[in-house]
Structure formats: C-alpha cells, structure tokens
Design a protein around this ligand. Sequence first.
Ligand code: SF4
Length: 303
Amino acid sequence: MSTTVPLTLAGSLPATQRRTAPVDKHEADKLAKRLRHQVGRAIADFGMIEDGDKVMACLSGGKDSYAMLDVLLQLQKKAPVSFSLTAVNLDQKQPDFPEQVLPDYLRSIGVDFHIIEQDTYSVVSRVIPEGKTMCSLCSRLRRGALYSYAEQHGYTKIALGHHRDDMVNTFFLNLFFHAKLSGMPPKLLSDDGKHVVIRPLAYVRESDIEAYADARQFPIIPCNLCGSQENLQRKQVKRMLEQWEQESPGRVETMARALGDIRPSQLADPKLFDFLALGKHGGATLPDTHAWLSGGETPRGHD
Ligand code: SF4
C-alpha cells in the first residue's frame, strides 16, 4: 500500500518558499520515472545532447524550467555521454522580483549557475503602451540576452523548458492566426545560425510537470509579477485545447503524436512534395498559371 508523505527538496530552502503539498510517494516515484524516461527518449530521438556538450539550462523560476533542470541533473549522472550543465537565469528587473529565490535554490542543490542582470523590464514598459501585453517583446529581449550570454561563454546547446502542451498550443496558434503549419520543434537552429536550442520536455505533459513541481516543492516565481497579461490568442487556444481534452481525454496527446508523423504528400505544399512530377508523363514542360489563365495558349515548342 502506498503512503502519503510530503516530499522535500534536497538542500534547505527557507520555509516561506516551500509548499506543503502532500504527495503519494509511490505515485511521485512513478511520475519521476516517467519524466526521466520521456526526457531521455526525446534527447535520444532528436540527438539533443552529445559527448562534450556544454549545456546552458535556461531557468525562469517557473515550474517548467525547474522540472527540466531537475530531470537533466538526474539523467546527467547516468548519461551515456559526458556533458556539462549550467543553470542560467536572466534577472529582468521586474518590480518585486524576488532575486534571492533562484540563487538560494541553485546553491541548495549544488548546481553550477549564473544570474545575468539586465533591465529589460524598463525597455519593455517604455516601448509598449499601457494596457497592452508586453510578453512578446519581453520574451524577445530575454531570448537575445540569453543567446548572447551563450555565445560569449561557448555553450553548445541552449535548453528551454517548453513542453508537449506548449508545442501543440504553438502549432494551433500558427494554424489559426498565421496561416502556417508550423510549431515549436524539439531541436532548432536559431535564426542567426549560431545556437542549437533543445527542448528536452518535448514529450512531457504540462499536467505531469505541475504534479512534479508540487512533489519536488520547487520555489516557483510567477511570471506575471510585472502585471502583464498573456497574449489573448494564446489564451484562446489554450482554453480550446483544455476544453477538447475535457471532452475527449487523450486528444492533446494524439495531436502531439501527429506533429511527429507528417506526410507531405497528403498536404498541399509543393515546396515539400513534388506534386508537379506526380503522374506526369512525357518530358514536356507543364504550362504555368499564366498560360492556364490566358486562354489556354500552348507553350511554344510543345505543340
Ligand atoms: S508576464 Fe511580464 S515578465 Fe512574464 S513574459 Fe510577460 S512581460 Fe515578461
């Protein structure tokens, strides 16, 4: 029979930063094992980490990045390759940001870490009109600061805490609002070609991360201290997915699996699949749109 015990973090956090969620130990162990398994599988499937990598784990103070760092640290001990791991946080100088929480936590678990201090908050609040959401510019500036740090210090991989639900969410955002079939890949080369970004939580459900964060009692720092609201479209998609999941449990997982099983010949992008060559006989050049619209003139040399 399983027992119910409050799990505590290794090391000592001030009592005010701990939450006291009682967790079923058996369930917590199963959950931890599932997360290790899913993260290990994502790392292997996408070749996220190789021997000698210098991994910079971006830590925001939210549940996702805490979970990512925690699982990576566990996997690092038994990994088939040797890699270094440094936790990096950007202190953006938001009002009321509790700047000691992360350093205290990171010291308590004995991980190598660095806090970058850069007042992006002032920039964002100066540029964005009052009442408008600041998150998009804030995230862009954060990304810029973290990427520059990674470049200056020779990190070969930048690990971010996005999870399976973020990936499905982004896919629908792009589909509904940007007319694009694209999402948030588990591994990507940054636009300037300088950084390889990895998302080790690509297979992990958000609800599992929530439960894990409770079990491990991470000292969560809310991202809305600055008072900005999440982008409305993102909220809308999130609500829609939650509703779908409630009506048909498992639907988000099905959609997440679909992101890894794409059939270009069943879509409609001639850049991905050569529809022109399909079923074509003979070597003649096919008439283009202009020829079709201008009254069916036969291209020269093919009559
Ligand atoms: S809530 Fe505030 S700190 Fe968080 S991303 Fe948005 S603007 Fe930045």
